[in-house]
Design a protein. Structure first.
Length: 377
């Protein structure tokens, strides 16, 4: 007897989709048509005219109004199924999505166009113990891979050279412009429909781990599905690497409910954390970013106060008339990656340090590692 997906299992599933471009549109559409009841969508971009040739959920009015992609897809998905629960995060997967939210997902689907974004998804999913499905497209080619804790890790597959090359990217918009400049019709929408369908199919399998264990279905984990639309061929390639010494897939467990919130001051968080853990001192580790209080011009030792997470320093530099245009080599940033009672800005909030809502904090209390989940308020 052929295998069938159980509707009850699908309707109760919680799936996060990172990226709302051509691939994300197809994945989201398919998830709703399959009956997934709880979807979290992550993207920081706006709808542009160039998106309309490849994204089924966007229209001209969205582009003219420069609407947020997450806002538009949530609206369209609810039109398809008014009963669906859609949560949106307008932000960057590297910094704005808390691990506490990730660990409540059943599967995460990556529809992103850079190695760095994939690396960040992988880091979060490995810490939370959640499988994720990656998709990639270019012209008439596409790939799908599945990564799961203990079995397959994206960072381990990259290797040393790949890790160095993470910043390189060719987004879908770049592919479209290249095709249009050559007088070609963009094919992104075609290959996105194929790859998006396979991603959702693999997600449905991951929702039923017992069926995978019994052999009723075969997961793509440890393999890569490669599709070549130009010659109408496909094949499976081995794609498995898992180094036990890789720090990226270190599991953050157990996670403790703490009562801490991103609205708390650093002083309050350190104090409450010590009380919760029965510790004499506590150190908060900023694992994904740093906090920068000032930058220094190397030539004259002149300091400029910025007071922001490291990811926002460049934006501050570009708005400062004295610093704008200076190369990175001309500046030095003074940063903090570990926060304890000696931190000079104890009245700042955790949110001001760049910690997102529902995050999990890595703390060291009396030389022992702990993981504390924070709330919104």
């Amino acid at each position: 007897m052929s295998y069938v997906f159980e509707q009850q299992r699908i309707s109760s599933a919680r799936v996060m989709v990172v990226g709302c471009g051509a691939l994300g549109n197809e994945v989201l559409k398919n998830l709703v048509l399959m009956g997934v009841g709880h979807i979290v969508v992550v993207d920081f971009d706006i709808v542009e005219m160039g998106n309309l040739s490849r994204s089924v959920l966007f229209n001209r009015g969205d582009a003219e109004a420069r609407r947020l992609k997450v806002e538009v897809v949530a609206e369209r998905l609810r039109t398809m199924n008014p009963a669906i629960e859609v949560q949106t995060i307008c932000g960057d997967i590297a910094y704005d999505v808390g691990l506490g939210l990730i660990r409540r997902m059943d599967v995460v689907i990556g529809c992103v166009d850079s190695r760095w974004a994939r690396y960040c998804i992988n880091r979060l999913c490995m810490r939370a113990g959640i499988p994720w499905v990656d998709g990639g497209i270019e012209e008439l080619e596409g790939t799908v891979r599945v990564f799961a804790p203990g079995r397959n890790c994206y960072a381990c597959n990259l290797g040393p050279e790949g890790l160095k090359d993470m910043a390189r990217r060719m987004p879908c918009a770049g592919i479209i412009r290249r095709q249009e400049a050559a007088g070609a019709a963009p094919t992104t929408s075609i290959v996105a429909s194929v790859i998006g369908a396979v991603q959702v199919q693999e997600t449905m399998k991951l929702l039923d781990q017992k069926a995978i264990e019994r052999g009723d279905v075969t997961s793509l984990c440890g393999k890569m599905f490669y599709y070549d639309g130009q010659h109408l061929s496909s094949r499976l390639l081995d794609f498995r690497a898992y180094d036990d010494d890789c720090a990226v897939h270190e599991r953050w467990s157990p996670v403790l409910r703490s009562g801490l919130s991103v609205g708390m001051t650093v002083s309050e968080a350190l104090s409450d954390g010590c009380r919760l853990l029965g510790a004499g001192q506590l150190e908060l580790c900023l694992e994904n970013d740093c906090f920068v209080d000032y930058v220094v011009e190397r030539s004259n030792d002149c300091r400029t106060v910025v007071m922001c997470p490291g990811r926002d320093v460049e934006r501050h530099i570009e708005t400062d008339s004295k610093l704008r245009g200076l190369p990175n080599s001309a500046l030095y940033q003074h940063e903090y990656r570990e926060i304890d009672s000696t931190f000079p800005y104890l009245e700042m909030t955790l949110a001001q340090l760049g910690i997102p809502v529902h995050d999990v904090l890595h703390v060291v209390a009396d030389s022992k590692d702990y993981y504390l989940e924070v709330d919104v308020a």
